[in-house]
Write a protein that binds this ligand. Structure first.
Ligand code: SME
Length: 155
């Protein structure tokens, strides 16, 4: 099965797993688990950084799978903070070449970060996936992960 087909299957599986679940935390946790399992070992760290409701320009770590992540990331810092500030997904093929990258785990060599929006268009979180491989993510990942993040605040 190619990667695109795998994402198609995951979108369907995730939609069915989270259907009717009103807790967004449960949705984040289940999605992180399914993604991490589906793409192990390429997905080395998979999880969500949520916008802190008390500090709206700061991300705080949410449910994740992987080694210890940083707890807080200000908007504009690192890959996650850049995506939080811009609202656009970002693929970084070599994190060591990304100015301001936050190295929570030195084993990470590439990453993709995708925004999670509420129905009203406001930013709720970002999905951060890190890999120990260089250049581990491409447009198929971006499109697949954006579709999955689009399910979180859907009915
Ligand atoms: N890679 C992220 C930091 C978070 S962790 O690596 C889990 C970044 O630069 O945004």
């Amino acid at each position: 099965m190619d990667k695109k087909q795998k994402y198609d299957e995951l979108v369907a599986e995730i939609a069915s797993v989270i259907e009717g679940e009103t807790s967004i935390t449960a949705r984040y946790a289940s999605i992180g688990c399914l993604l991490s399992q589906a793409f192990s070992p390429r997905f080395f760290w998979t999880g969500f950084y949520e916008v802190d409701p008390l500090k709206p320009k700061e991300l705080v770590v949410g449910p994740y799978q992987g080694t210890l992540g940083c707890l807080r990331i200000p908007f504009g810092r690192g890959v996650c903070g850049t995506v939080a500030a811009s609202g656009d997904s970002l693929i970084v093929s070599d994190v060591h070449a990304f100015k301001g990258h936050i190295a929570c785990d030195s084993a990470t060599n590439s990453e993709i970060v995708v925004p999670v929006f509420r129905k009203d268009g406001s930013l709720a979180a970002v999905l951060d996936v890190d890999s120990t491989e260089f250049d581990a993510f491409d447009e198929v990942d971006r499109i697949g992960l954006e579709r999955i993040c689009g399910l979180i605040f859907a009915e």
